[in-house]
Design a binder for this molecule. Structure first.
Ligand code: NDP
Ligand code: HSE
Length: 428
């Protein structure tokens, strides 16, 4: 039997404590599978006195995660604190400089500093593993970097933020407005400490940027993502979309085109009978498409102590077994610099607007759409009590550019109250 593999764990919150439970409960199984005993040498968190529901007496304590990262009795630095900069990044850099491998669940840090960290690690012959950073318990990093290594990946898409999916499905199921469900989710502890990371789509975009790097052999490019959160999705849109046979999801899509790398994270309509349309609550779903394999669908818990610890543990097991490899599937120095491309792939769009209920109003809207080259597929006008008629239009496939021209012209017709809502309908 080899020497024990010694962990230093920084961060004893949801994921860190989840990991300690897995290590204790599965000790024999982990040793049998990896051929090594996996032990915890030292831990770190902000507060030493906090009751975490588990005894820490067998581990050395460090107040400073950087000191933990440098300890001689640590082989793998496990970073479970979070935050794109600050202690997480400082300690990760310190660990690499001190000759340690790193396992992290920190998508924010990798989305912003993944390239530099990968170059540092690879130059020194160390690994950084991060299965938990994208879609919690779903093994999507391994799927892309190992299981699909023989494929040219053509598209990556999915629902990658459980909190947003919970909010959207709860709005629909309970018929409640966004603000009420947001407050409920916050009260239940479902949202990040800074909730804009979730509802602003930023957390999901961090994950998409990491997947794009792996899938397309490019440097992580968070800034190149077309990003829109769910905070402007109204219960009216959810109801109207349902009426037309769709669900609204915060959907991430990445694909390489002849014009560059398209990456979008935005609320989209998907057919309600599709696997993504059927996804409810906090569950995540990732769809991977490769030239040889076709389409793969991965579904599971995107967050929570058990699922996330499961992914962290898988990374530790990989290192224990001696599986090493570049951070983003190929040497970091060989990753291309992506040129971001705005999505020009035509798609049908959902439009919701309030029309002045007077003769010729609908004709003006139809004319504006026609002049911009946007063709109407389906249309509905709903009963209303005042002089403002709720109108829904589903267009045939059009580009966002043509649609934007139509929307700009609509604003000048004098028959549309307020700004129309326009959401892409994603074909799956
Ligand atoms: P928590 O907020 O539950 O825990 C964070 C931990 O980090 C706490 O123990 C905290 O200490 C410690 N910490 C924070 N700052 C410092 C510091 N300066 N020095 C030492 N320790 C510090 O976070 P989670 O466990 O939820 O998340 C950890 C990571 O995992 C994040 O990167 C997150 O994005 C990622 N992740 C989380 C998932 C989840 O389901 N929760 C899912 C997938 C990824 P103290 O307890 O004393 O305050
Ligand atoms: N806030 C994230 C989510 C946690 O809701 O999916 C997991 O990354």
């Amino acid at each position: 039997m080899s020497q024990p593999l010694r962990l230093g764990i920084a961060g004893l919150g949801t994921v860190g404590i989840g990991l300690l439970h897995v290590l204790r409960q599965q000790r024999a199984l982990l040793e049998a599978r990896t051929g090594r005993e996996i032990v915890v040498s030292a831990v770190s968190a902000r507060s030493r006195d906090k009751d975490r529901g588990i005894s820490l007496s067998g581990y050395a304590w460090e107040d400073d995660p950087v000191a933990l990262a440098k300890r001689d009795d640590v082989d793998i630095f496990v970073e479970l604190m979070g935050g794109e900069d600050g202690p997480a990044k400082d300690a990760t850099e310190a660990a690499l400089a001190a000759g340690k491998d790193v396992v992290t669940a920190n998508k924010a840090m990798l989305a912003m500093h993944g390239q530099a960290l990968a170059e540092t690690a690879e130059a020194a012959g160390h690994v950084i593993r991060y299965e938990a950073a994208v879609a919690g318990g779903i093994p999507v990093i391994k799927s892309l970097s190992e299981g699909l290594a023989g494929n040219e990946i053509t598209r990556v898409m999915g629902v990658m933020n459980g909190s947003c999916n919970y909010i959207l499905t709860r709005m629909e199921d309970a018929g409640l407005p966004y603000a009420e469900v947001f407050a409920e989710a916050d009260g239940l502890g479902y949202l990040e400490a800074d909730p804009t990371l979730d509802v602003g789509g930023i957390d999901a975009a961090h994950k998409l940027a990491i997947l794009s790097a792996l899938a397309f052999g490019v440097r992580v490019d968070f800034a190149g993502i077309e990003l829109e959160g769910i905070d402007r999705v109204s219960i009216d849109d959810i109801r109207a979309a349902a009426d037309m046979g769709y669900k609204i999801k915060l959907l991430g899509v990445a694909q390489m085109t002849g014009r560059g790398l398209e990456q979008r994270m935005q609320p989209c309509l998907v057919p309600d009978t599709s696997p993504l349309g059927q996804l409810s609550g906090g569950t995540n779903m990732i769809v991977l498409e490769g030239d040889a394999v076709g389409q793969i669908v991965l579904r599971g818990a995107g967050a929570g102590a058990g699922p996330t610890a499961s992914a962290v543990m898988a990374d530790i097991c990989d290192i224990a077994r001696g599986h090493r490899g570049p951070v983003f599937g190929q040497p970091a120095t060989s990753l291309a610099s992506p040129s971001p491309a705005l999505s020009q792939r035509p798609a049908p769009y959902y439009l919701r607007m309030a029309l002045l209920d007077k003769p010729g109003a609908l004709a003006k809207v139809a004319a504006v759409l026609g002049e911009a080259g946007v063709s109407i597929d389906r249309m509905r006008q709903y009963a209303h009590a005042d002089d403002s008629a709720p109108v829904l239009i589903v267009t045939h496939k059009t580009t966002r550019t043509d649609l934007d021209h139509a929307l700009a012209a609509m604003g000048k017709t004098g028959v549309v109250n307020g700004d129309p809502v326009a959401l892409r309908i994603e074909e799956l």
